[in-house]
Design a protein around this ligand. Structure first.
Ligand code: KG4
Ligand code: ZN
Length: 342
């Protein structure tokens, strides 16, 4: 007997992107609509939670309708509604969760809540049809830096985490300090191409007894100290050199930790995910390191690295197959832990 196709309408609103997508059988994206609020938050130098929530409310219905029409599907074709319910900004998450519950109730379609980081990791399934667990994943976003062992679909073990600033947060803070503005990651990425990555040496922190954990706040402080000392001495600050040197330091740490974990856990497959995974220098460095180590390297296209709903649809497919269903009491959980099901 032919298996019935599963169509998931996925919704994501955990931060500053209002997004909806229709995903077929977990890996085929039929539509992927993203309304980015970045321009709105730029003048404040970062995401303002109240503005984000208000804009999500304004946009969410249009974005969902567009996702359905781009996919050529009606609600009656949809097998399940998926929504990010954590972690993220509580007011932002609530908009997506409420919209998903309303549709689920009105149309009588099952509801599946998804962990945002599980979504980021699952973005890798979209373009790599052959990728299956187990594999090691590095998730680097604005709020998280995690080294995660993906043991099976929906089964995770975090083996390393950020002790202070997440990688994306460090990019954003350093960009602000060197006058590039928000959002910092893509700007540092671009400017770094014109700079010398060996111009300034910034420290690569290691944490004793937790060799896979990350600490980026020391690196950020080192950049601030360097800038202050240049100003005091009246020395010229070469923005591109500082950006490139900082980016190189972050990449060294991320690649170094990941390669050590790959060796220790005898991994054959490695996948990166999250907004910072769209960094061109990072992708090139991982490609080379994995080639040398003869480990298969996976990374999503940049559009699936930064926040989107297609990744939530991919993750939801496997949750749905496991029988996960949520009730109308599903709530936003701002600090939801990976692998935890509420
Ligand atoms: O995954 P994401 O879109 O949202 C969160 O879940 O946080 O990640 C956003 C983060 C921001 O800190 C942004 O500066 C960073 O990803 N980012 C980048 C690049 N593009 C986005 N960092 C470095 N290089 C990039 N090209
Ligand atoms: Zn994200």
């Amino acid at each position: 007997m032919m298996e019935k196709d599963i169509y998931i309408l996925a919704i994501e609103s955990s931060c500053d992107e209002t997004a909806a997508a229709v995903v077929k059988n977990g890996r085929e994206v039929l539509s992927n609509v993203i309304y980015s609020q970045i321009a709105l938050h730029t003048e404040y130098g970062g995401v303002v939670p109240e503005i984000a929530s208000r804009k999500h409310i304004e946009k969410i219905n249009q974005v969902i309708e567009r996702a359905l029409s781009d996919a050529g599907k009606a609600l009656s074709d949809i097998t399940a509604i998926a929504v990010t319910y954590g972690p993220g900004l509580v007011g932002a998450l609530l908009v997506g969760v409420s919209a998903a519950k309303a549709i689920s109730f009105a149309a009588g379609i099952p509801l599946v809540g998804v962990h945002h980081i599980e979504g980021h990791i699952s973005a890798n399934y979209i373009e790599h049809k052959d990728l299956e667990p187990p594999f090691l994943s590095l998730v680097v976003s604005g709020g998280h830096s995690h080294l995660v062992m993906v043991k099976d679909y929906g089964e995770y073990e975090i083996i390393g985490r950020a002790r202070d600033d997440a990688a994306g947060e460090a990019f954003d803070k350093v960009a602000r300090a060197i006058g590039l503005g928000y959002p910092g990651g893509p700007k540092i990425d671009r400017v770094s191409k014109e700079g010398d990555p060996d111009a300034v040496h910034f420290p690569r922190a290691k944490i004793e007894n937790a060799i896979y954990d990350f600490s980026f706040s020391g690196m950020k402080s080192a950049v601030l100290n360097y800038l202050n000392s240049c100003r005091m001495k009246g020395e010229e600050i070469r923005t591109a050199d500082v950006a490139a040197s900082f980016q190189k330091a972050v990449i060294d740490v991320l690649v170094g930790h990941s390669m050590e974990a790959i060796s220790a856990y005898h991994c054959q497959k490695f996948a990166i995910a999250g907004g910072v995974a769209s960094n061109s220098g990072l992708r090139a460095a991982f490609e080379e390191a994995c080639r040398e180590k003869q480990v298969a390297f996976y990374c999503p296209s940049p559009i699936y690295c930064t926040d989107n709903a297609a990744m939530i649809g991919a993750a939801a497919y496997y949750e749905y197959q496991k029988g996960v269903r949520h009730g109308f009491d599903l709530n936003a959980v701002p600090n939801l832990r990976l692998g935890e099901r509420v």
